[in-house]
Design a protein around this ligand. Structure first.
Ligand code: PEP
Ligand code: MN
Length: 350
């Protein structure tokens, strides 16, 4: 259930309600909104404690949450959650672009990609150091060495870094270097891993599973929130359907649906959704038009030589051209797109 506190309820009142709920055996999650605070209370609702709680100072009303996910449900919070990462806001007015290579391959490759992303107006650098490959014989990533290169690239460009963690044993090291922890599609229902990143301090980017329903995806997000981490970004990256024309089928309908069901920001990855660089620009634009809070796009300085996902990677030139179009679409649908400093400088010089 959700305990809605009165507008202007004091911190003491909020703490008091939390303490009483905990005494009654509930796990509490205060969520501070712009207008008022609500407290998500997870526990056995058969005990009939509603009357007791309702009479506590500062409580306005109690709302039962009927959906299986609670903390991530829109009912808990009417405004979209904003996630701040080194000065970049995900879930705000602006469309946020995360871009970079599929895998960190070398210092030269990563720095070239990071500079291209920054100059074109991207906000966050992506790059896999631990790669969840379908084949055990494919390149598996540079692991900690790759994380160090990502941290160097952040140093060189100022771009925050998002990278995947594929094992509970690696959460600590990934969190040490990265700004956002990515949970890949293949691990969306790895519940131990979800609980582990739920205990991390850094935000989590949760990709939709290859064959997951929207409800299963939100339940996975609920695992992270229930473990204490409310800084969650959802990422639609295409699902398996009977259609084989492209690598996956991008479910763009999930964007407005998730926005209705949940307060979490949602971004779209047209690169993994299609596996084909030619499909990336039209779907990236469609995603922004459909209300996505951001995009994740693979960019490689030399896609033909990429160790991973070359066919879906944009060259720096194609990425820069797409960013100009994204700005137009964002403006057309009443969203903003704030290009990074690099591009602002370039535009000013033009
Ligand atoms: C990735 O973003 O590097 C990746 C492996 O994507 P997904 O988990 O969506 O397949
Ligand atoms: Mn990839």
């Amino acid at each position: 259930m959700i305990i809605v506190m009165q507008q202007g309820a004091s911190e003491t009142e909020i703490r008091g309600v939390e303490a009483r709920l905990q005494e009654l055996g509930f796990q509490t999650h205060p969520i501070y909104g712009v207008e008022r605070t609500v407290i998500g209370a997870i526990g056995d609702k058969r005990n009939g404690h509603a009357e007791v709680i309702l009479n506590l100072p500062g409580v306005e009303r109690i709302i039962p949450i009927l959906r299986p996910y609670k903390l991530v449900a829109r009912e808990v919070k009417s405004e979209t959650s904003c996630i701040q990462v080194r000065g970049v806001t995900i879930g705000g007015e602006g469309v946020v672009v995360m871009a970079g290579p599929c895998a960190v391959e070398s210092e030269v490759q990563l720095i070239a990609a990071a500079k291209a992303v920054k100059e074109a107006g991207g906000h966050i650098l992506r790059g896999g150091a631990f790669k969840p490959r379908t084949s055990p014989y494919s390149f598996q990533g540079l692991e900690e060495e790759g994380l160090k290169l990502l941290a160097n690239a952040r140093e060189a460009t100022g771009l925050p870094v998002v990278t995947e963690v594929i094992d509970t044993r690696d959460v600590e090291v990934v969190e040490r270097y990265a700004d956002i922890l990515q949970i890949g599609a293949r691990n969306m229902q790895n519940f131990r891993l979800l609980r582990e990143v739920g205990q991390a301090k850094k935000p989590v980017l949760l990709k939709r599973g290859l064959a997951a329903t929207v409800e299963e995806w939100l339940m996975a997000a609920e695992y992270i929130a229930a473990a204490g981490n409310h800084k969650i970004i959802l990422c639609e990256r295409g699902i398996r359907t009977y259609e084989t024309g492209l690598r996956n089928t991008l479910d763009l309908s999930a964007v407005p649906l998730v926005k209705e069901l949940s307060h979490l920001p949602v971004i779209v990855d047209p690169s993994h959704a299609t596996g084909n660089y030619r499909m990336v620009p039209p779907l990236a634009k469609a995603a922004v038009a459909a209300g996505a809070d951001g995009l994740m796009i693979e960019v490689h300085p030399d896609p033909a030589r990429a160790l991973c996902d070359g066919p879906q990677s944009l060259t720096p030139e194609r990425f820069a051209a797409l960013m100009v179009e994204i700005e137009r679409v964002a403006t057309a649908v009443g969203r903003a797109y704030y290009p990074s400093e690099g591009r602002v400088r370039k535009l000013a010089q033009a």
